[in-house]
Every structure is written in C-alpha cells, then in structure tokens.
Write a protein that binds this ligand. Structure first.
Ligand code: WT7
Length: 673
C-alpha cells in the first residue's frame, strides 16, 4: 500500500476560542508582523533580531551581493554569542527555571535548571579552550541523545567553535568522511547509547574512524557508567583502542579538573560576528557525497527564535518535547537552539518509542505533564498501526499543541493525531522546512491559522514562498509546480563547506534568482500550500533524507558490483523505502546464476555493506539483481521505469527512448527472494 496525500481542500479546522484567547502571540501582533513583512521584510526581521541580546548592534540588516541571493549576509557588523542568548540571559532573569528534563530508555532522569545547564556549558567551554581549541576551529559531535549533547553544542557555540553533529546512527565510514571534510580538530563523543533495550557502542566507531582522521587531536568521551551512578551502563564501557594519535579525555574529568577561576576565565562567551559559522550539518543531496551545510550565528538564531515562539506558542508554563535527535537539523533548531533562546523548558528522551511498553511516549507525556509534542509523520503512522488503546490508556490532557515535521503528513495520519493524541482539542502545526532553510518556512500559526489536514498551510511572515512552473512563473491557484523562495531570509544556509560553487549551482540555478527547495507543491483555491515531496533524486525514508547517488556509490564500492540504481518505493510506514537495482560483475554474476541461495547471500552481503558505508538507515529494503539496467540512448539510467518497476513489478509507461527493451523484460523476471 502506498501513501497518497488525498487533497482535502474543503476540510478546515479552526483553533478553539480558549487557545486563541491564551495565545502567546495575539492576533494584533501577528497581523502587524504579516503586514510589515510584506511591506518591508528587512524591517520585520530587524524587529525579530531585537529579541536577541547583541554585544554590538548591527549596522546593516541585510546585504546581497550583486543581486545574487546565494551571497547574502544578515545583521552585518553585529556581534553576539549564541550560548549567551540561550543561557546567560535566562539565568539573569530566572536561574531556577527548568531548562532540560531528560529521560533515558531504562528510566533514569536528569533535570537541569538554566543555571545548572550554564555551569555545565561554561565548564566544557573552558575544557575545550584548555585543549587549545580556538574560534573558528571545527569540532565533531557524535553522541547519543543525552543532555551532554546539548552541552557539547552550546559549549562550542560559547567558545566560537563551529560544531558538526553527526547522527549516532551513522557508520564509522560516514563519520570519517564528515570529520575529514570538516577538518575537525576534536571529537566529542560517548561510549554508547541506548535503544530498544540494546546498548549501541559509539566509541568503537570513533576508534575505527580516527585511524584515518589526521586532523583530530583530542577526543572527549562521556563515559556513561560514571554519570549519576547509572551502573547498568558499566558493563558496556570498554577500554578504548589507542591506534590513533589523538589524545583521549574523560568528559567529567576534563570539566571537573578545572579550578573555579579557570572556569570563570576560560568559560566566557566569545563574541562573534553575526555571520560567524555556528555549525556545519551534513545532508544528502542529488550528487555524490553529503554536503556540509553551513549556518550563521546571528541570522540563524533570529530565525530559530522567532519561529519557535510563533509556531510553538511557547510559554513559561510549557514543557516542550521535540522527539528529533540532535544529529538532524530539527534537533539543532527545535530541540536545542530555538527553544532555549526562547527560555523554554524542554523535555528530551533517549530511546525507542515502544520500549519497554508500546505506550512509552504516552506514559512520559502523562508522567511529566508534557504540553507540546513535535514529532514526525512516520512515528504517527507507526502509532496508528499499534492501535488507539495505547494513547487512550493514558492521560494526555496536559497536551495543548502538536507538531509534525520531516515529510508530507497524509490526512489520515493528521486526523488520527488530532483525535487520539490531541483529544480533538490541540491545534496541529505541520511545519515545512529543510536543513538549508535553518528554520520553519511554511506552517500554521496555531492561534491564527485555520488548518487543513495534510497542508502546511501558508508561509510564515518574512518568507516569500511561491509555487512556480518550469519557467519560474507562479502557477494559478488550484495547480501544482515547484516550491521556491524568492527573497533571502536570515536563517538561510550560507554555503556548502569547502564548495561555495556547488552551493550556488545546487540551489540557485534551476530557477535563476530564486532558491529552489527540490520539492513539488500544490497551491489550492484558498491559497493553501500542499508540500508533496521531493522532485529530485533525494529520498525521504522515515523522515531521514538520503541521496540515491549516495547509496548507489556505497553499493558500487562493493567489489562484486558493476552498477547500481536506487529508487524510492512508496511505503505506508516509512513514507519511502529504498529499492536498489544492482548488476554484478561477470564472475559474481555467474556464481549466483540458477543458485537462489547464493543470490540471497549476495543480497544480504550488499545490505551489510551499505550499513557499513553509510549506516542502517540507508540499508535497502529490497535489492533486485539484474543483468543490466535500462538506459536512455545517452546512457542515463531511466529511473522513472525503475520506480514503476519497484512499485508495481512491471512497466506500463513509455519506453521508446530505451536502449534495450530486453533489459526491461529481464528485470521483470529477475529477483524474487
Ligand atoms: C525535506 C527536508 C526540516 C526538518 C526535517 C527534514 C521534506 C520536511 C515537510 C513537511 C512535507 C516536508 C521536504 C524537504 N519535508 N518537512 N512538513 N511536509 N515535506 O529536513 O532532512 O533537510 O529534509 O523534508 O521534502 O525538502 P531535511
């Protein structure tokens, strides 16, 4: 079965009177923002920037080089520190406000006030400086979803270091590639993490990677056995292998060994330019290796803060839970930087949604009285499958707002979320954005927007979003096209690390003068935007972005593989599933001929290989071994045909440009485990 986003253009849900009455941003303010953003976007964003604390005010709001949008700077001349904005400001106001409440899968909790979080961050800032790291140096963070991961990010921000967080699910190969591309001088990591009752070692991956990462001089390891007496971790802490020349430091020994006056001195914020790179985050694209998307400090935080307040209606009484991992952009902007800049209390959970019981999520919402939940459609669809008894069995009355992100949400899942989690009471914000946009671009504003299930509704103030045809002209209401942004915005990516040319060609050439998201969209008669998913060679598997080329390169790097083509097949749980068509080299191909056992072994070897090269998240759901791949006369693989084959097992479409018809015939009969 596949997910089809059936347009339900006539179904509209208005927020309740009660929600509107108590909204953090009232209708008057919102309308004024909308009007200002339309008339003078720079003025609007300048107003948003005033909500941050600046060491030195900017002299110019925005500068775009020779009318080329790819070369834009914001809040020029301004100086600030991101961690100062996320911590010190709030500590001065109310040091005892809860910053992070964390729960681990086995059940232990950690709770830090803003003051306690600041102490941790100052100590790590001092520790990093003590290691000799200085402004502009890059630091890799490869950690499980523990509060120390936020400490790591904020300490880098405080010291003016540019962090690159690498999702803990990535393999040592992927880790190595990213560390080397970023030329990171240090790695912050942990011995491992917990998921589904299993211990997932991280340090062993770091060990493997570091053998070929010459730039890394220091590794800071959070040994979880030593933290808070959680002895259950003890068995898992192994002695680390010392093949690399990098020095190893124990996390809490590094921060704990410093004297108070040292922490005071070395823990101070580094005042950086607004444009100073806060982080690099690798994401998959249409070509080759993942690209390091570079984000700024000032503009990024302006976007993160304004959208956090506007979309999540944050109030001091909220306990806000974003289920994303810090390894993704959602974990950067809406787990750490945005909510903390807003002074919110955040909940963080490390573990699986269904461990030890199927109602773990609902159990935590009930126990901690969580008020806002921000998660992905893929999770919602998995919960739908498990049945309504799980959310129904818990008291979810503390919830007042629900969010969705990462992929199109089908109206059925939207309705299920509303009824069974939101008690038909909570507004839902379906938020469209990307690693490159830094913060939310299209979303309902909960107290102000009448939502339609399956539509992300309208662009937020300050975003000039359009659905255009191939020529870049806006389409008529009621039709479909390509989703673009026509004017710069503060939290937009600044470049691709080490490849500024690729940044321009990737995003700004398809539609000259416009930013192209890579997504298709429809705009309905009422002007509502329906984001329909990627129109390029990027897959979205369980809300995770994967490049088909990236998986193909991983497959081709296996010694038996001659050629590979990867396509997405609609999947009712994951959104898309990875299907790989692979041709083997002659000798390998001969071995599997008429030998189903050998063929099945070859496929499983390839799955293991992709897991090793990228990580389990990229492992093909299905591998189809074939004699050859369908190509056009110019040699391009005909993905459209392969997609059709992956879905239906046969090809109906036009095949007249095919080089070899017999290829299709053989594909239709090949495979089948
Ligand atoms: C791609 C960006 C930014 C959050 C996490 C993903 C898809 C994201 C939605 C949504 C429809 C969505 C798009 C986009 N996407 N949110 N609400 N409705 N599609 O970040 O890994 O950079 O992926 O995710 O296809 O281009 P990402």
């Amino acid at each position: 079965m596949s997910i089809t986003v059936t347009l339900q253009e006539k179904r509209v849900f208005a927020p309740s009177k009660d929600f509107v009455q108590h909204a953090a941003i009232d209708a008057k303010t919102f309308r004024a923002w909308q009007a200002q953003a339309k008339k003078n976007p720079q003025k609007y964003w300048e107003g948003a920037a005033q909500e941050l604390r600046w060491k030195k005010k900017w002299t110019k709001v925005q500068k775009t080089k020779k009318g080329s949008m790819s070369d834009t700077q914001w809040f020029l001349g301004g100086k600030l520190n991101v961690a100062d904005n996320c911590l010190d400001r709030h500590v001065e106001e109310n040091p005892n406000r809860l910053a992070i409440l964390w729960e681990g899968e086995p059940g232990e909790t950690v709770s830090w006030t803003y003051r306690e979080l600041l102490i941790q961050v100052q100590a790590m800032t001092a520790g990093l400086r003590k290691l000799g790291l200085a402004k502009g140096d890059r630091v890799a963070i490869y950690m499980p979803l523990v509060p120390e991961a936020a400490v790591a990010m904020l300490a880098c921000a405080r010291a003016g270091l540019t962090h690159t967080v690498i999702f803990g699910g990535f393999s040592s190969e992927a880790l190595k590639d990213r560390i080397n591309d970023a030329q990171a001088k240090a790695v912050l990591t942990a011995d491992g993490g917990y998921r589904k009752g299993a211990w997932l070692p991280l340090i062993t991956h770091v060990d493997t990677a570091l053998k070929v990462c010459p730039t890394v001089k220091d590794v800071v390891i959070l040994k979880r056995a030593d933290v808070g007496g959680a002895n259950r971790f003890k068995k898992a802490v192994g002695e680390v292998d010392g093949t690399s020349t990098a020095k190893r430091h124990d996390w809490y020994s590094l921060t704990g060994s410093l004297k108070a006056d040292e922490v005071k001195k070395l823990g101070q914020p580094e005042w950086v330019d607004s444009e100073h790179p806060l982080f690099i985050l690798y994401t998959s694209g249409t070509t080759g290796k993942p690209k390091g998307i570079v984000h700024s400090s000032g503009g990024y935080l302006v976007g993160a803060l304004r959208s956090s307040r506007m979309v999540f209606d944050l109030k001091p009484t909220d306990l806000y839970w974003c289920t994303a991992d810090v390894g993704w952009i959602t974990g950067h902007t809406y787990l750490v930087y945005g909510p903390l800049a807003a002074g919110a209390s955040i909940f963080m959970y490390e573990g699986a949604p269904t461990t030890p019981t199927l109602d773990r999520f609902w159990d935590m919402i009930e126990r901690h009285r969580i008020t806002i939940l921000y998660t992905a459609p893929t999770a919602i669809r998995a919960f739908m499958k498990l049945g309504t008894q799980h959310p129904k069995g818990r008291d979810l009355s503390s919830l007042r707002l629900l969010g969705s992100v990462g992929e199109p949400i089908n109206p059925e899942a939207w309705m299920w979320y509303r009824e069974n989690v939101g008690g038909n009471r909570c507004p839902i914000v379906d938020t469209f954005w990307q690693t490159e946009t830094g913060s939310i671009v299209i979303s309902p504003v909960p107290a102000q927007t009448r939502a339609k299930p399956g539509s992300a509704t309208f662009a937020l103030p300050g975003y000039d979003v359009a659905v255009v045809d191939k020529g870049g002209k806006p389409v008529k209401l009621g039709s479909g096209g390509f989703l673009v942004i026509r004017k710069p915005w503060p939290s937009m990516a600044r470049t691709i690390h080490g490849d500024p040319e690729r940044f321009k060609t990737q995003y700004f050439t398809e539609f000259p003068g416009l930013y192209f998201t890579g997504d298709g969209a429809r705009i309905d008669k009422d002007g509502y935007i329906w984001c329909m998913g990627r129109v390029d060679d990027v897959l979205n598997v369980s809300g995770h972005r994967l490049g088909t080329m990236e998986i193909e390169s991983a497959l081709v790097s296996h010694p038996t593989v001659a050629e590979a083509a990867v396509v997405g097949r609609p999947d009712d749980l994951k959104g898309q599933a990875v299907v790989a068509f692979v041709t083997l080299k002659a000798d390998a191909s001969a071995k599997i001929k008429n030998d189903p056992v050998a063929a099945s072994q070859a496929k499983s070897d390839l799955r293991v290989h992709v897991t090793k090269e990228i990580g389990a998240l990229a492992r093909p759901e299905e591998i189809r071994l074939t004699e050859s791949l369908p190509k056009t006369r110019s040699g391009k693989i005909m993905r459209r045909l392969l997609r059709e084959l992956a879905v239906s097992g046969q090809v109906k479409g036009d095949t007249t440009t095919l080089e070899d018809f017999s290829v299709i015939a053989s594909l239709q009969h090949s495979d089948e485990e």
